[in-house]
Ligand binder design. Sequence first.
Ligand SMILES: O=C(O)CCC(=O)C(=O)O
Ligand SMILES: [Fe+2]
Length: 369
Amino acid sequence: MPSATYLDPPAIPKWKRPGKTADKLDWADIKVIDLSTFDEPGGKQKLAEELRDAVHLTGFFSVTGTGFTQEEVDRQYDIGQAYFDLPLEEKGDAKYRCDFAQGNYFGYRAANEKKIMGTDILDNVESVNIPKFIPTNEKEPFHPFLRQFHAEIEDFSRRSLELASKIFTLFSIILELPEDYFSKQHAYEDQSEDHLRYMIYRPRSAEDDAKVQDTWSRAHTDFGSLTLLWSQNVAGLQLKTPAGEWKHVPPVDNGIICNVGDTLDFWSAGYLKSTIHRVQRPPEDQAHIHRLGLFYFVRPGNDVDIKPAPSPLLKRLGRVAENQEDAKPVRGLEYVRERVKNYHNHNDYADMKGKKFKVGNLEIEDEAA
Ligand SMILES: O=C(O)CCC(=O)C(=O)O
Ligand SMILES: [Fe+2]
């Protein structure tokens, strides 16, 4: 692209945050922790204790005091909305699409290209994944429209991983590991499949939704280490409780919902839980809204070994044997790419109930039966 990158970004419309639902939904009980006390003496240790049960039992929690202002967050929504408002020929330019045959999730994923669960109803999600701003990603897809907002997107991307690093520190403390044990394996400058994501669900008619049991995003666990979902008011995201019930994830004002993904589940021998979740058609007062979301997906470093951590806690609990860390490990890139391929490189999103996904010695239940 010409020097447009270095000009001021163009004016774009302001995105308007939808209101909350008036419906009485069956909400999950989500722990909210305030990270503004992180740097106080003893602050991290206290937060780690507050977090322990949530990550061990639920796998989902929420953070406030994140350092992101509502204005900065809304600005990311403005950019995402402006991009998705482009005509398909432009936003969906082949040069900037995900290469699912390679399990490469960077770039644009169009809606309406996959059938849902063997029906004639099409997938209603569009997303764009923006890789980390490091030299090795220079050749990865980054659409010229988005490139105009390079400086602010990069700032947001870097600060997202800084925030995630604080959470990794808490996980390390919980597992009695050196405080930087997990953050070191997720360094911004190291190559990984990390991405900032804008994602929008396009509403379907109630009749069409009924044919796919109201599925907007089928039940899954996340493929990487940690997912940050900026809290949004349009309901639909549900998690599966240990008792097997689906509960709605509630909005948390100025908060970020976090959930553990597969690789951190493996690293912790299942102590930190990669929880099954899905997105369903929102309640009737929100079912017409184009549901825009903002995320940062933290993936493991490409070259790090995914294997149980030498955690004194996990050893005491008998979750890892003394010598288990010596097993031949799967690397970060291998796991993530295989998982993306398995999930996306199809024309149909089949129901994965009861199926397992396996790479080397790593195995995860795709959706518990
Ligand atoms: O749209 C949402 O709220 C959640 C999406 C999700 O689970 C995912 O993209 O992994
Ligand atoms: Fe997810």
